[in-house]
Design a protein around this ligand. Structure first.
Ligand SMILES: [Zn+2]
Length: 149
């Protein structure tokens, strides 16, 4: 069900994993991807693009509109790059483009505590998740607003 959706940026230096919630939108909805290295040369068009901390995704809005019939009405009728990104119809897998990789490494360190002290592990894990989110929010990532209780 959760397929691997990788996409390369214009300069080919970065390959990023995307999330397509409920598989409503197809891979083809990504017209272009720009990393902070290659986003400097392009003209930003808010009608088709979303910017996140130096990264830019350009959507094929025709494809998106065509496939939007399975979305809730309020999304389908007001379909914008923001709606597509913020509802994870097509956005980073995780909070930011390289999230998967980084969080696996950080999580491993905390996992080591679980073997020694499970109770401490749970608080550490929660604190880690929240501190991490605060840090990402400060860095300006669009999706960094979740909290863990
Ligand atoms: Zn690039």
């Amino acid at each position: 069900m959760c397929m691997d959706h990788k996409f390369k940026c214009k300069c080919q230096n970065k390959e990023i994993n995307f999330e397509f919630k409920n598989d409503i939108l197809p891979h083809e909805v990504i017209a272009s991807l720009y990393c902070p290295n290659c986003s400097g040369d392009m003209a930003f068009d808010p009608k088709t693009m979303i910017a996140d901390n130096g990264w830019v995704i350009e959507y094929d809005m025709d494809v998106a509109k065509f496939m939007s019939t399975r979305m809730p009405k309020q999304h389908a009728e007001n379909l914008t790059p923001e709606v597509i990104f913020d509802n994870n119809y097509c956005s980073w897998l995780g909070i930011y483009p390289d999230d998967q990789h980084d969080s696996a490494i950080e999580r491993e360190e905390i996992m080591a505590i679980a073997k020694v002290n499970p109770r401490k592990y749970l608080t550490e894990l929660r604190d880690w998740a929240n501190n991490r989110m605060d840090r990402l929010k400060q860095q300006g990532w669009r999706k960094a607003h979740e909290r863990f209780a």
